[in-house]
Design a protein around this ligand. Structure first.
Ligand code: DX5
Ligand code: ZN
Length: 215
């Protein structure tokens, strides 16, 4: 597949959320990236179910929900009901990760696992065949608009090799500080899905920026 672009609505204008969602609907973007933060796993609180349900009603593209929360198992059913198509949990927040992945899939969603910048990809080796996606954080999670961590390129390349070695069909998603200056190199390293928050919503022409990120 050619790579996917997932604009992060965390960077959208919440006074005009409907307008921003419609813009993404009309664009070449592939997914809506939805960042859920609990103020415990990360030092920020974003939004919860009412907003996700609202986005789902208007969205014409699948919802890629990224949970930056502790004990995500408590809410998997609610996220399925709210309309998540992809549900990604953090490796660092799951004691029984394999069970969490199975619960996500049993509710008909695609299951993703996210790794913080300090977490080694090899820790995922035993579950790679079970997951649909691995999300590599290229900033420390919590806020949009942060600086991209350069080590991410090597991490994506190594993950790509590990996926081949283990026979996993999981997609690689990169999240944080992604934009026109680094998207091409990330795709060349093996990234399949690129999240872009500020690069899209703070751009003068978000629609055109999405088209450029797709090339
Ligand atoms: C960061 C979030 C990201 C964020 C990306 O914790 O997980 O998805 O919205 O925003 P940018 O692209 O601005 O770094
Ligand atoms: Zn995210």
């Amino acid at each position: 597949m050619s790579h996917y672009i997932a604009p992060s609505i965390l960077s959208a204008d919440f006074n005009h959320l409907k307008k921003d969602i419609e813009l993404i609907n009309d664009s070449e973007a592939d997914l809506f990236h939805v960042d859920v933060m609990d103020g415990v796993f990360v030092p920020n609180i974003s939004f919860g179910f009412p907003i996700i349900e609202h986005v789902k009603k208007i969205s014409k593209k699948p919802l890629d929900v990224h949970l930056m929360i502790v004990q995500p198992d408590r809410y998997i059913t609610e996220f399925a009901k709210a309309g998540a198509d992809y549900l990604t949990v953090h490796y660092e927040a799951c004691t029984h990760l394999q069970r969490t992945i199975e619960s996500i899939k049993s509710l008909g969603m695609k299951a993703g696992v996210a790794l913080n910048p300090h977490t080694n990809i090899n820790l995922l080796e035993d579950v790679l065949k079970d997951v649909d996606m691995v999300l590599i954080m290229s900033v420390n999670p919590g806020f949009g608009g942060q600086k991209f961590i350069e080590h991410t390129y090597a991490k994506v390349s190594a993950l790509k090799e590990l996926l081949i070695k283990t026979g996993s069909a999981a997609k690689i998603e990169v999240d944080g500080g992604v934009g026109l200056n680094n998207y091409r190199k990330l795709v060349d390293c093996g990234a399949d899905i690129l999240v872009a928050g500020n690069a899209v919503f703070k751009a003068e022409n978000p629609m055109e920026t999405i088209s450029l990120l797709k090339r």
